[in-house]
Ligand binder design. Structure first.
Ligand code: BGC
Length: 768
């Protein structure tokens, strides 16, 4: 009897223990455990298939449906902007997500879809949330109803790194409020070819400026990568796609290791040091090895040399392209093998990944430990971002964060600071004496001011140039002659109509440039995959400018474009030229404010503007021999140099002082200069410091930007601007690519642009 009693008691105890065990939350779901403990625990519970699924990313179901509805089968096959998974339906994708075999989605544009897809992932065995990635390049503009700031090239024109931080921070908040966790930005490529359509999404041609903007952007997005307002940044594209051999996106890059290390690597290395936890490889091959299978780039440089701890994602179909384009892999499976073994962690969409990678592991070609390495990094980010605790965003509160008044104000301020005045014969700022103003040109009244990487936004959230003019100068009559949005299909009649109306106007404003809006993917002339064999104004735009200016009435030209345009002929005909880039949602207001002198322009060019395509490569920081033999017939000078931009006031630079004329190799040199606002309007000047190593064991650029400062000065005010030249600014790579500071003379140049006549100069010497 006693025995029976004991057995019953033990049975009850065992049953209770089982119930408790079932109730016990697995370690990985305990937010109090460390991220490392959680990752280890989760990894130990995952099947091989679940692990490989974490490394895979798909476009969202709405994206697939839209592509399927709008494009022909042939277009879908050839159009890299619209993913298409032949034989794989949206239901298949939903099921895969429920099985826990999808790690990430991209191109999900609404909170509803994001929450829905996440709810599918939450039905999976281990409930691992998906991470949503999106190209939030200038605000989360690619999705509707978000704040749209100027694109990176405009932001770089402000030389305002604090603004870069602020925009990234605000973008992170808007993204998280709609359940987006990962932005494919900053693009920290150094853009050295304006034929390439993607210049607008870069910070321009200078390694130092790109680096500084990149660092602050990474910091702004990520915070400490620990809160519900942080998003994962992605430094991209690694590397050298911004100097493609023929200017076209993804064509080969053939560059020496010296150029890579001096020009293209520093901004990526700085991004890693700033804590960026994801990186994207670039489409192109580099010196014969596609970046997507480039072990030197992914493993040796990024991870081993720089200590990158985040994960690497492939770009659009680029692992596939090892097989179907570069032809370094004989089939898809081999392509996956090459890429993973070179260091790839996540595959940007495409089917077959899960099964083929699984086969590769089972065949013993890829060790499971290699898969674990990648999955560990991806899970670490998911834990750090709090996705396990907060897989959803709140549909009720999202619109309180997106487009809030603080963010809108930042967009306006950023636009004001990004617009570069390149020519002004005195006509600007405008007064109300011009009663009748003709406004024309493809970008005069179009949402295209939003720029590339933007969805169509609600009309009420965009101020076009025409609308801005009417707001800023309500007593002026603006006569609008619509030229349509499409530079390639302008009508000669409309051009003539504008020319006719110009005769009776007091002033003409032509808003020209390129067309970048993504919803008309195949009709664009600027942005991703719109590379050009010239850099002229497309269509009848030159004709329009010429005919309007022939009226004899003053004419102002405004350019909306992401890349520099060689507008030499047009410039001769106009009284003022405004380079407005892609200024974002309030671009029209900011442009009008500048034209009417409500805002004093302060921006400077972050990239050289060549006169013509034949001058390419044209960069300010070229080697001494580049123009030893200048071009015959045409000029060897740029149309506008790097760092150049006019203001409505004037600034005087004097009293350039160095802390000494000699320093040792590990010493800092202090530099100061007095800058005075000598004109009649308060303003902000961007003070630039360049260095040249006068004689060196390997050739060095004729000058290199090493520091800059934004200084606000009231009329008549003088401020002393201080810079520190630390040894790293004097360092270059010697014959063996080893960093070195050499003895000898260096020249410090400080001034308002990279142009010789704009710089004060002084020498100093480095001694042993
Ligand atoms: C671009 C990437 C982008 C990706 C996802 C690719 O075509 O090269 O920069 O992040 O698409 O949209």
């Amino acid at each position: 009897m006693k025995k029976i009693f004991i057995s019953v008691v033990s049975l009850i105890l065992v049953m209770n223990a089982n119930v408790d065990a079932q109730k016990t939350v697995p370690l990985y779901q305990n937010p109090k455990a460390t991220v490392e403990e959680r990752v280890n625990d989760l990894l130990s519970r995952m099947t091989l298939e679940e692990k490989i699924g974490q490394m895979n990313q798909f476009v969202g179901i709405e994206h697939i449906k839209t592509a399927e509805a709008n494009l022909t089968a042939e277009q879908l096959k050839n159009n890299t902007a619209s993913a298409f998974y032949p034989g794989f339906s949206t239901t298949d994708l939903e099921n895969l997500t429920k099985e826990g075999l999808v790690g990430s989605f991209l191109h999900v544009l609404t909170i509803q879809e994001a929450n829905y897809l996440q709810s599918l992932a939450m039905q999976s065995r281990l409930k691992i949330p998906v991470i949503f990635g999106i190209d939030a390049i200038h605000g989360n503009a690619n999705a509707p109803d978000n704040t749209v700031y100027p694109t990176n090239i405009g932001l770089a024109s402000s030389f305002d790194t604090e603004m870069a931080y602020k925009i990234a921070r605000q973008t992170a908040k808007e993204m998280r409020s709609m359940n987006m966790h990962w932005t494919f930005n900053p693009n920290v490529e150094v853009a050295r070819d304006p034929r390439w359509g993607r210049v607008g999404e870069t910070f321009g041609e200078d390694p130092h400026l790109v680096t500084q903007m990149g660092i602050q952007t990474v910091k702004g997005y990520q915070g400490d990568l620990n809160s519900e307002n942080d998003v994962l940044a992605c430094i991209k594209h690694f590397v050298a796609g911004s100097e493609p051999i023929n200017g076209t996106n993804g064509s080969p890059a053939d560059l020496s290791e010296r150029t890579l290390r001096e020009v293209f690597f520093p901004s990526f290395k700085a991004g890693v040091d700033a804590g960026a936890m994801s990186a994207m490889m670039s489409h192109n091959e580099l010196n014969g090895i596609p970046c997507h299978s480039n072990e030197w780039l992914m493993t040796d440089v990024l991870r081993k040399e720089w200590g990158f701890k985040g994960f690497i994602v492939s770009d659009w179909m680029d692992i596939e392209h090892l097989y179907d384009l570069h032809a370094t892999a004989e089939n898809l499976k081999e392509a996956f093998y090459q890429s993973i073994m070179a260091g790839m962690d996540m595959h940007m969409h495409g089917i077959h990944w899960n099964e083929l990678v699984s086969e590769l592991v089972k065949e013993g070609r890829i060790p499971e430990s290699r898969i674990d390495e990648s999955v560990r990094k991806i899970l670490t980010i998911k834990f750090r971002l709090g996705l396990f605790e907060h897989p959803y965003a709140d549909e009720k509160t999202t619109m309180k964060i997106r487009l809030n008044s603080e963010h809108r104000q930042t967009a306006l301020e950023a636009a004001r600071n990004s617009i570069v005045l390149l020519k002004n014969d005195g006509i600007l700022p405008l007064t109300e004496k011009y009663k009748n103003v003709l406004v024309t040109g493809i970008n005069a009244n179009d949402m295209n001011i939003l720029g590339d990487w933007s969805a169509v936004q609600k009309d009420e959230n965009v101020i076009t140039v025409l609308e801005g003019l009417k707001m800023v100068s309500p007593n002026t009559h603006f006569e609008f002659v619509d030229q349509g949005w499409d530079p390639r299909n302008m009508s000669p009649e409309k051009v003539n109509e504008a020319a006719e109306k110009a005769k009776s106007a007091d002033l003409n404003i032509v808003v020209a440039g390129e067309y970048m809006m993504r919803f008309r993917w195949t009709e664009r002339t600027g942005g991703e995959d719109t590379d050009r064999s010239d850099i002229d104004l497309v269509g009848l735009q030159n004709d329009l400018i010429e005919k309007v200016a022939a009226s004899g009435k003053p004419t102002i030209l405004i350019l909306i474009t992401g890349r520099p345009l060689g507008v030499e002929k047009a410039v001769e005909k106009v009284n003022a030229l405004v380079q407005a880039w892609e200024p974002g949602m309030y671009g029209g207001e900011a442009i009008a404010e500048i034209l009417y002198g409500k805002i004093n322009p302060s921006a400077k060019l972050p990239i050289t503007i060549p006169r013509s395509v034949g001058q390419i490569q044209m960069i300010y920081n070229h080697k001494p021999s580049q123009y030893f033999h200048p071009y015959v017939v045409t000029s060897s000078e740029p149309l506008y140099p790097f760092g150049f931009g006019l203001s409505f006031t004037t600034y005087k630079y004097d009293n350039l002082q160095l802390s000494g004329s000699e320093i040792s190799k590990d010493e800092n040199l202090e530099v100061s200069v007095d800058v005075t606002n000598t004109g009649k309007m308060d303003g902000t000047e961007i003070v630039q410091l360049y260095l040249r190593d006068k004689f060196s064991s390997v050739t060095r650029p004729i000058k290199e930007l090493k520091d800059f400062a934004r200084v606000t000065l009231k009329t008549g005010e003088t401020k002393t601007v201080h810079f520190t030249v630390s040894p790293d600014k004097l360092t270059f790579l010697d014959k063996n690519l080893k960093p070195v500071v050499e003895n000898g003379e260096f020249i410090v140049m400080v001034g308002s642009s990279s142009r010789e006549e704009d710089l004060l100069k002084q020498s100093f010497y480095v001694k042993e």
